[in-house]
Write a protein that binds this ligand. Sequence first.
Ligand code: MN
Ligand code: MG
Length: 661
Amino acid sequence: MTQDCNGSMTRRDALIAGTSLLGAALASNTSFAQAGAGTVKLRILETTDIHVHVHSYDYYRDQPDDTVGLARIATLIEKARGEAKNTLLFENGDFLQGNPLGDLVAFERGFKEGDRHPLIRAMNSLKIDAGTLGNHEFNYGLAFLEKSLAGAEYPLVLANVAKGKLAANARADQTLLKPYVILEREVVDEAGGKHRIKIGVIGFTPPQIMQWDQTHLKGNVETRDIVASAAAFVPEMKERGADLVVALAHTGIATGNPQGMDENAAFYLAGVKGIDVILTGHSHLVFPGPNYKDRPGVDIEKGTLNGIPAVMAGFWGSHLGQIDLTLQKDGGTYRVVEHKSGAIPIFKRESGKIVPLAAPNASMLVSIEADHNATLEYVRRPVGKTAKAMDTYFALVSDNAALQVISDAQIWAVKQLLAGTPHASLPLLSAVAPFKAGGRGGADFYTQVPEGQVALKNVADLYIYPNTLRAVKVNGRQLKDWLERSAGIFNQIKPGDAEQALLNPSFPAFNFDMIDGVTYEIDLAQPSRYDGDGKLIAPDANRIVNLAYQGKPVTADQQFVVCTNNYRASGGGNFPGNDGTTIVVEAPDATRDVIIKYFQQTGTLNPKADGNWRFKAVPGASNVVFESNPKGRDLAGTVKGVSYLGEGQNGFARFRLDVGA
Ligand code: MN
Ligand code: MG
């Protein structure tokens, strides 16, 4: 690009323009130059799902994280611009929320006259051509959003969110933001000639914001189907002379048949006539990339959806999206004759280590250094209190207080989300697995929250994954099999004095879901019904016994709603009742944020496991052992059946579990 929005030349632009004029003059008599006339190479860059990550820092763990950060993307942008004659940079949404810096501004600092959101300031410095909104932009409400966007020095577009009620048709909607803009840019062709080109840019966000941010949005805005909005506005953009139409689609890539009001509509957008480029996001994945292989109509070699070039640039600043177009002047307009899509990472993994591939842009870091420091203070500040220390040293051998807190928080949140829906009357259960429970993570890989004040970073220690909250509807049979699948973490135990290891070391602890709200026993004398991949291997085995709800045996067709996370609910770990089809609550809230809010509203928590599950006795099995952190030694007496044996290997300690009686 050689000119900015209002047509004024910047110094850098003038330099480029000067160079190309000279080039054109020198080459004007050669046929070679004529060959390039009217052929325009245009590079389109995408940032998406930044979620307030500017520094390469994990505020939850309170340590550097070189896999994230817009400041590193800034360096990649500079490089990408340096390599190309003509570039455009688009921002694809989910920038205001997602880390404690965002929460700090939204919940604590707010806006004084003249304040700009630190993330907006960082984005302004990138000279973005246009942006759209993701679903998370609505998390803090419309007033906060408006104040944040007021500081943006680039146009923001969003076609499928209307103020008040939807009109009779999309074109008549009073949209919250401009549905689209048509950017006029001067580009340099391959022969050095200059041309004016009109780039239409239209934006979309998942219509599901109406559910996810119901409290903020109900009565204030309404949403339309992404494809329907595109079908209405794209022809209008073409009528107004758009040579090229770029869709800023904060939506993922689902294939199969559209259901209407689809959350992940990028693939369907590719079927709307007139759209030339699709920038996708929302799913926090990389396109083109292996996550999208073997899907009909999706080409991960060419980087196309239904033949249309597309890109999805990961999340938290992990990648810069880049689509290189070759345009050919064709009559009065331009046609895409060649394209290449790719997502450029800011890091690679080499033998387990993170190797940065781009240094952070120093001036961007300096510009938000004060905000970064304020955020560090914020995460180190308490969100609540706990009357007792919490740990997961024995979370694999008994019901556990730390996990009970997560479970209770999930129920607290899902209950509110279910209120007024047909599912509100069903029994509400909650599934939680110990994420930090030794194993391959090592002897220190346990949750350890000290008594007293709980800081944000302690909540992250309780819940290390950036999962989001889900609830699924399952029947009694699926519920029991869910627990059977979890119980595969245990080896089969036989009577006798010989030492037997309790835990199967190849079974990850994050797949050991405990389910609160029902009571049950685990019979270790039985073989596991499922193998480590979730395949049914022993259909006659039943480790889960005496499964009961409110004291009555659970029947096969009894209905339950179970709180869980996006990973499990969408099929992660291949658990019965969890294949993506049983989801009844799809909250955009990070489970971690739910726990934080739960702490905040509770004041001082008194964590205590409710003891809803236990092992069934295996008579005569007197020497069942397992490993844990050595600090468990002092706590062994507080957990039924556990005694300390001595030092183990690699920093672990050895314990015995008495299941014999
Ligand atoms: Mn996102
Ligand atoms: Mg419990």
